[in-house]
Design a protein around this ligand. Sequence first.
Ligand SMILES: NC(=O)c1ccc[n+]([C@@H]2O[C@H](COP(=O)([O-])OP(=O)(O)OC[C@H]3O[C@@H](n4cnc5c(N)ncnc54)[C@H](O)[C@@H]3O)[C@@H](O)[C@H]2O)c1
Length: 149
Amino acid sequence: MPKPETLKLFHGTSSKNLADINKHGLRAGRYKSGEDGIWLTDKREIAEKFSEISTDEKGGDPVLFEVEVKKANLTPDFIMYKMPEYEDMDKVGCDLGDLEKSSKCWQRKIRAGKVPYPKNDKDWIPSLEAVHSVISIKPIPKTKIKQLK
Ligand SMILES: NC(=O)c1ccc[n+]([C@@H]2O[C@H](COP(=O)([O-])OP(=O)(O)OC[C@H]3O[C@@H](n4cnc5c(N)ncnc54)[C@H](O)[C@@H]3O)[C@@H](O)[C@H]2O)c1
């Protein structure tokens, strides 16, 4: 059987962006980060956290989407490897008592090959496994977006 070409992931944002998203879909590269991409996660809680950050910055209410993306459009989130969630550091055995120490431990684990790490910019699966975040480098049309909250 052929492997599915798409994947369902979550994206959190602010209701301030809703009108534009409902009209144009999720668009890459026009907004704050300066990078071309739409950040996506397989963990609902992570998308919820970033929807709250977005509302803290922009106002509005937290909004959560489930989106269907083409796997071919995904790239790893190397930024998230620099500031992973505590849980992900904990999972590879880094003590969480001290942020500086745990970050150093996390970097050591990456160098030692103990953290799934992408081999190139098409190798997005390790990024989802290790830091639960990937980037779609192409816009996501509104027909592929379902609002959950
Ligand atoms: N948002 C998430 O669910 C999510 C998932 C994984 C990781 N992250 C992390 O959060 C950081 C910031 O991510 P971000 O998602 O806030 O991206 P960002 O800081 O680049 O901001 C872009 C904003 O533009 C919004 N947007 C996209 N299309 C739009 C449109 N058509 N009209 C109006 N607004 C539109 C996005 O929803 C997002 O809020 C990333 O560096 C990443 O580490 C976020």
